[in-house]
Design a protein around this ligand. Structure first.
Ligand code: SOE
Length: 409
């Protein structure tokens, strides 16, 4: 994690310098080394990642590399052109294999639907490229294992974009837990609730709605939303050892955008599971796309022997904290507004009290990825870390099918 922004007065100096550059049209002098990026996929995630690459050096000046948007790759020439112009990519490619052959690409970033992650990531690793992959890692743990094997055999830098770890308040939760402030942990509770698929006339599949198509997504809310909750939970509270789950598909048939026919829906619309963590604590997780009124309500609460914490994506810059050691006259839930410079990542942004948001988590991941390359450390979550999450997702889906507790292999 980087908290290496310049000191307060220097920050203003850097700001004045960039304003001067803007008005006098003087090109920026840079001794930063280029890190040439090829992004595959220009959907929602293509945009979040591109934004991360573009902004990172403005806010993390200690980095020695500058990501260069060398190439954007996708199938529709037309869309590619528009995307490349909008985000200022130097070139376009309509075949990812061609992108991997290019000598001028250092890192490949996979923002495609889940069913193409494995093939691209394995080929990219074999081509010696660094690989950044959108979540979830794979369609299932078997594929995920092959990806980990390929990445580790090639010895290339890698990371998976579980971006919520890099919300400053969530990183603060990690710090508080690691410092032992919660003591022994008893309970971990998480939800990820949305409401955008309730309409039974919504089709499945195709470019915009591949998340509803099991052939492209692998699963529904389990791989798309609970995977985020599981990644954060493992990071904060350690490994998950066993699960028991239930899933439901409320709308059983939808028109398929690719075939034009009404087809069976193979994804889980909702999923809830109980689990046991390796540290003895109990977990309770729920996710659905049928919670009318909730757009992206990711919340978690952790109850420890000494203290509890909770967090809510809709209010992402606050961490709520209850410490039993507080004097009983003032004991209660505190709201920690995570904007001061000593909060994770916040020394690189504005001044105390001024918050940042969702898109900054991707800037942070780029910053951490570059810092990791520069120091020779892994950038978490690595492919191997993300395989753990994939195994839990699979155990959840298997348990929901058979109605039994499942151990995590
Ligand atoms: C689904 O709606 C989605 O966009 C996920 O795919 C993202 O991973 C999540 O962060 C927000 O919701």
């Amino acid at each position: 994690m980087l908290t290496d922004g310049p000191e307060f007065p220097q920050r203003y100096f850097v700001h004045i310098q960039s304003l001067l550059r803007l008005f006098l049209k003087v090109p920026a002098m840079s001794n930063l080394k280029p890190l040439n990026i090829g992004v595959i996929g220009y959907g929602f995630m293509g945009r979040t990642h591109s934004n991360g690459y573009k902004r990172v050096n403005d806010f993390f000046p200690a980095l020695q590399h500058r990501p260069i948007l060398k190439a954007i790759c996708g199938r529709s020439e037309d869309q590619l052109r528009k995307f490349a112009d909008q985000w200022q990519y130097e070139s376009t490619e309509t075949d990812w294999r061609r992108l991997l052959e290019r000598k001028d690409i250092d890192a490949v970033d996979i923002c495609t639907p889940n069913n193409s992650h494995a093939e691209i990531a394995i080929a990219a690793a074999q081509a010696g490229k660094m690989v950044l992959c959108e979540k979830p890692l794979a369609m299932d743990p078997i594929e995920g294992q092959k990806m980990v094997d390929a990445i580790e055999a090639a010895g290339v830098a890698n990371t998976v974009w579980y971006n919520y770890r890099r919300v400053p308040a969530v990183s603060l939760a990690k710090k508080l837990i690691d410092e032992g402030r919660l003591g022994r942990i008893f309970h971990y509770r998480a939800n990820f609730l949305q409401d955008w698929t309730i309409n039974a006339d919504l089709p499945q599949g195709g470019t915009a709605l591949w998340r509803l198509d099991a052939a492209a997504a692998g699963s529904g809310v389990t791989g798309d939303l609970l995977a985020h909750c599981i990644d954060t939970a493992i990071w904060l509270n350690g490994s998950i050892s066993s699960v028991t789950a239930m899933t439901e598909t409320f709308v059983k048939e939808r028109k398929h955008n690719l075939t034009g026919k009404v087809e069976k829906v193979g994804i889980d619309d909702a999923c809830a599971f109980l689990c046991r963590f390796g540290n003895g604590s109990l977990g309770l997780f729920e996710s659905t796309r049928y919670a009318r009124g909730h757009k992206a309500l990711y919340t978690f609460e952790i109850n420890g022997e000494k203290a509890s914490i909770r967090w809510d994506l809709h209010d992402l810059h606050r961490l709520e904290y209850f410490d039993h050691a507080d004097n009983s006259l003032v004991r209660g839930w505190h709201q920690v507004h995570c904007t001061d410079g000593d909060m994770p990542y916040m020394g690189n942004w504005w001044v105390p009290g001024l918050q940042i948001g969702y898109e900054h988590t991707f800037v942070h991941q780029v910053a951490d990825f570059i810092a990791a390359i520069e120091s020779g450390r892994p950038c978490n979550p690595t492919f191997r870390d993300a395989l753990e999450t994939q195994k839990v997702c699979q155990a959840v889906l298997d348990s929901a099918k058979c109605g039994l507790w499942k151990e995590i292999a």
